[in-house]
Design a protein around this ligand. Structure first.
Ligand SMILES: [Zn+2]
Length: 235
């Protein structure tokens, strides 16, 4: 239902609807649904907490098999043709089972998405993470680890056996070395520790820290279960 409101909004903005109340019934339902979710109707979440609430609500829909796959129709595309204003940055693994737009049931224009193996980070990736909050005021950054991460597992095995991964893959193992040492060889613990490490690193980012201090930005860590499809907050 929620997407109906956005769709109508997009149509109105694009000047494609002569009668503004054409989608009135659906919009009324969307109004109720958004109020229940703590998200103001007819605008993207503007605060860190509202953004997280919207992501949690989307993940509940996904996990329960009630995903709406919002914000993908012609009206939304038209509304986004000249500008974007996503409400969150999600930094996740490349794993094909964990696409952020799906697990948070979002659509076009909702998220900036960064993905690297094991959501390992370096200055180039940090620059991409900075773009939304620094340039557009995006209020939330979510670092998303996940169950049975193949990249973290491969890195753990390589570090345990003192065997370098081929090519540039070994940079991933090097990046995960600290989490490996503290995990005691427990891969799931290593996944969670790495997620928290990346959150802490981003919190110290020179562009993020002042925005966090002013309450304009939150950087949080989540863990996605491949078994239950649910995201739980780690930090
Ligand atoms: Zn992974």
């Amino acid at each position: 239902m929620r997407n109906d409101m956005f769709d109508r909004r997009g149509l109105l903005r694009a000047g494609l609807v002569a009668g503004g109340l054409a989608a009135g019934t659906a919009a009324g339902g969307a109004l109720f649904a958004q109020a229940a979710a703590g998200v103001a109707p007819d605008e993207r979440p503007g605060t860190p907490d509202a953004a997280w609430a919207a992501l949690r609500e989307g993940n509940r829909r996904w996990a329960s098999g009630a995903a709406t796959h919002p914000h993908q129709d012609a009206a939304r595309r038209a509304a986004l043709a000249q500008k974007q204003d996503p409400f969150a940055v999600v930094f996740s693994c490349i794993d094909s089972r964990v696409p952020p737009e799906l697990v948070f049931d979002t659509g076009l224009g909702d998220l900036f998405v960064l993905r690297t193996a094991g959501h390992t980070i370096d200055p180039l990736v940090t620059g991409s993470a900075e773009y939304g909050p620094a340039e557009l005021g995006t209020p939330l950054v979510v670092v998303l680890g996940h169950q049975r991460c193949g990249a973290v597992t491969a890195a753990a095995e390589s570090l345990q056996e003192h065997r370098k991964l081929p090519g540039e893959l070994n940079r991933i193992a090097t990046s995960l070395q600290s989490a490996y040492k503290r995990s005691g060889g427990d891969v799931d613990k290593m996944i969670r520790l790495n997620t928290i490490d990346v959150v802490n690193q981003l919190k110290k980012d020179k562009l993020f820290a002042p925005r966090i201090a002013k309450g304009k930005l939150k950087v949080i860590g989540g863990y996605y279960s491949i078994d239950t499809y649910e995201v739980t907050r780690l930090v």
